[in-house]
Design a protein. Structure first.
Length: 225
């Protein structure tokens, strides 16, 4: 019986010289190991980007937390920026969320959108991803670009563009300020009593603002006076 070493986790396993333990079987086992290694790296990266930002996170620190060799991190993800992009994808499918936001009367779009935004932040995974990318945007230009795309194009922009309203890009950006501001104040700065406010209260508070930014005329200040 020959003994083989798993290169991913360093464990030594026994393999008999049977058809089931041939090259194909070993390749299948190696793929399973790589899958577990990738997930460990992604989990550590999400936590560190969210907890300490982009600039204070390194591939080495991610490898240490994931309990893998640092070369494996660069094997799967060529750079920190590439890994960052991978872990900051939206934690939900916008094609599934969009119909729920747009369904029904226009008068309720702001409320439904507020429920989606607050709901994302109420989940551990969603909050970790959004907080991570916004923390990083404060110090890293590439991360800032990702925030712009995430907020104005993928998340908010998708909704606004489907509503057929004037100045849609500006409206999307203004709604983005509500989302980014909420994340900064509640989950990064820790501003009370915002931190302990219930999700339902937050939805009720921001929904009218979102509704106004979506549909009411956007006019210069000198025209208001």
């Amino acid at each position: 019986m020959e003994r083989t070493v798993n290169r991913v986790n360093g464990e030594t396993t026994a393999a008999s010289a049977t058809p089931g333990n041939g090259p194909a079987a070993r390749r299948a086992g190696r793929r399973a190991g790589e899958s577990g290694t990738r997930e460990a790296i992604l989990t550590a990266a999400r936590r560190q980007f969210a907890g300490q930002g982009y600039d204070r996170t390194s591939l080495r620190s991610i490898a240490i937390e994931a309990a893998v060799d640092p070369t494996l991190v660069t094997h799967f993800y060529r750079s920190k920026a590439e890994l960052f992009v991978t872990v900051t994808e939206l934690p939900f499918d916008m094609s599934e969320v969009l119909p729920a936001v747009l369904a029904g009367e226009r008068a309720g779009v702001g409320l439904r959108l507020a429920r989606v935004l607050v709901g994302v932040l109420a989940s551990d995974e969603g909050r970790q991803r959004i907080v991570g990318v916004i923390r990083a945007a404060a110090s890293e230009p590439e991360a800032a670009r990702l925030v712009r795309e995430l907020v104005t194009r993928e998340l908010i922009g998708t909704v606004v563009m489907r509503l057929d309203v004037d100045q849609a890009p500006l409206r999307a950006a203004l709604i983005g300020t509500q989302m980014v501001g909420l994340v900064m104040a509640r989950h990064i700065v820790g501003l009370e009593p915002l931190v302990t406010a219930t999700p339902d209260l937050l939805v009720g508070a921001i929904a009218p603002t979102l509704q106004r930014l979506l549909f009411e005329p956007l006019i210069p200040a000198d025209a208001v006076l």
